[in-house]
Design a protein around this ligand. Structure first.
Ligand code: FAD
Length: 432
């Protein structure tokens, strides 16, 4: 049992010092509440350093409902509108962080995630937030008329050897669960938020990897390994198109990756978990309109058939991808075009626009940028406060909301952190 005298007290405890937890802690303390921020890693914002390839793509100027997924029918934009991209940038700009955008993708002006984490640290310090790093929350308990009790274990990184972590209890009137999801376990994401949510009687929609590569066991994929190509990618579930994205696809020996593949991966993950047949269909010439394509096809098919196939189809798509398409039909780039019928020659051109792969899995949580699933929004109110247990809030990846690649997940984390922290802080101020 933790010693009662050692109980740490604060108006609000925030578990998890990632993007949403730091924002929640800052917003709560700006309302005048005392805040204890508990983080099991040795520093705050560990995952943030890796975001946007180290540049931190914080948000996006193009905010639409379609940029987010959630299991239920709640809309995400009403939350975002209360603390959206311009509010987020203005909040941090008032604290000395400036931003710029590339095609609407917003980054700190420095293009360094580290400088953003530094600014968050500075703000938390200025607000008087008490931060406990190397401290893992291991259980949470609501206590009637009192609030919450959180049992914690604190490692002493200065001490070598396998020492039992020191255990203590913390108590608060409000509790904000910002413990993230399961994506990126290498950054300390262990899904504790889902465990706590379950223990507290909340539902948790199965967490699945999102913004992750799509794996295929097609042996011919290795022919195109290392290729990057502009394409449009459609997700087929049981033969029906359910999603689509466009951009640069990256091929590896066993996966189809790159931002467009990431964008459709949440739906692919869910369909795979349901045991449905998942395929992707690539259009390697997405910029060709139908009339332009028909003209080009006609022109190609009337060319000299004495040429080798590699040359006959040259100039349209990457040679590795052409080889893959030809090998699927048992052909080689060295084969002469005249040996094939007009129908087959035309069919090869069509393959370039309808290249299908069966998807057998995803890159998993190790390669995922976010988690699809979590605490259903239906169980939370407009400030992300639990409808079951007043005073309990959930933010960020712990909640069943996942965004597209492009700053949408950090925006969601920050929006939720701001709304939950402000509400919890204001309630404390009003003696609630
Ligand atoms: C490689 C990579 C790149 C990404 N790039 C972008 C990008 O450019 N733009 C974008 O919008 N999104 C990006 N994302 C997604 C984005 O980082 C996350 O969606 C966002 O960080 C989620 O914020 P969060 O606060 O919910 O969780 P996290 O940032 O994961 O924070 C949760 C924190 O809780 C702590 N914690 C967990 N359990 C406990 C416990 N029991 N006790 C104490 N502490 C605990 C964890 O250590 C962690 O620090 C990227 C993700 C990855 C992996």
């Amino acid at each position: 049992m933790a010693d009662k005298k050692q109980t740490k007290r604060a108006d609000i405890i925030v578990i998890g010092a990632g993007a949403s937890g730091c924002m929640a802690a800052a917003a709560a303390s700006l309302q005048g509440a005392s805040v204890l921020l508990i983080e099991k890693e040795d520093r705050i914002g560990r995952k943030l350093y890796a975001t946007g390839n180290g540049r931190c793509n914080l948000t996006n100027k193009d905010m639409r409902e379609a940029c987010y997924h959630t299991g239920g029918d709640r809309k995400i934009l009403p939350y975002i509108e209360r603390f959206g991209p311009s509010d987020l940038c203005a909040f941090w700009q008032r604290r000395g962080v400036f931003f710029h955008d590339r095609d609407g993708y917003v980054y700190p002006r420095t293009d360094q995630a580290a400088t953003f984490v530094q600014a968050m640290e500075k703000e938390l310090e200025r607000c008087g937030v008490q931060i406990l790093t190397n401290t893992r929350a291991v259980s949470v308990l609501p206590v009637r008329s009192e609030g919450f009790r959180v049992r914690c274990e604190q490692r002493d990184p200065g001490r070598k050897g396998r020492r039992t972590p020191a255990s203590f209890e913390a108590a608060s009137r409000k509790l904000i669960l910002s413990a993230g999801g399961l994506a990126g376990p290498q950054f300390g994401c262990t899904g504790d938020g889902y465990l706590f949510a379950g223990e507290l009687g909340h539902g948790v929609l199965d967490p699945l990897p999102a913004l992750t590569p799509l794996r295929s066991s097609d042996p011919l994929l290795k022919t195109a390994s290392g290729v990057r190509a502009a394409a449009s990618i459609a997700l087929l579930v049981d033969g029906f198109e359910t999603d689509r994205a466009e951009g640069e696809i990256q091929f590896t020996a066993d996966s189809i990756s790159g931002i467009p593949a990431f964008q459709i991966s949440a739906k692919a993950s869910r369909a795979l978990a349901q045991g449905r047949r998942v395929q992707v269909r690539l259009d390697l010439l997405p910029e060709f309109t139908d009339p332009v394509w028909e003209t080009e096809k006609e022109r190609r098919l009337s060319e000299d058939k004495g040429q080798m196939l590699g040359r006959f189809y040259g100039g349209l798509i990457n040679a590795g991808l052409l080889q893959l398409i030809l090998r699927r039909r048992g052909l080689q780039a060295e084969n002469k075009a005249y040996k094939l019928s007009q129908e087959i020659l035309g069919g090869i051109l069509d393959d370039m626009r309808t290249l299908c792969f069966d998807v057998c899995g995803t890159g998993g949580f190790e390669k995922a940028q976010t988690t699809s699933g979590g605490v259903p929004l239906q169980e939370l109110d407009d400030d992300l406060e639990s409808k079951r247990i007043p005073g309990l809030f959930f933010t960020g990846e712990t909640v069943d909301v996942d965004g597209l690649c492009g700053g949408y997940n950090l925006q969601w984390a920050m929006t939720g952190g701001f709304l939950a922290g402000s509400k919890a802080g204001a309630d404390v101020r009003h003696g609630m």
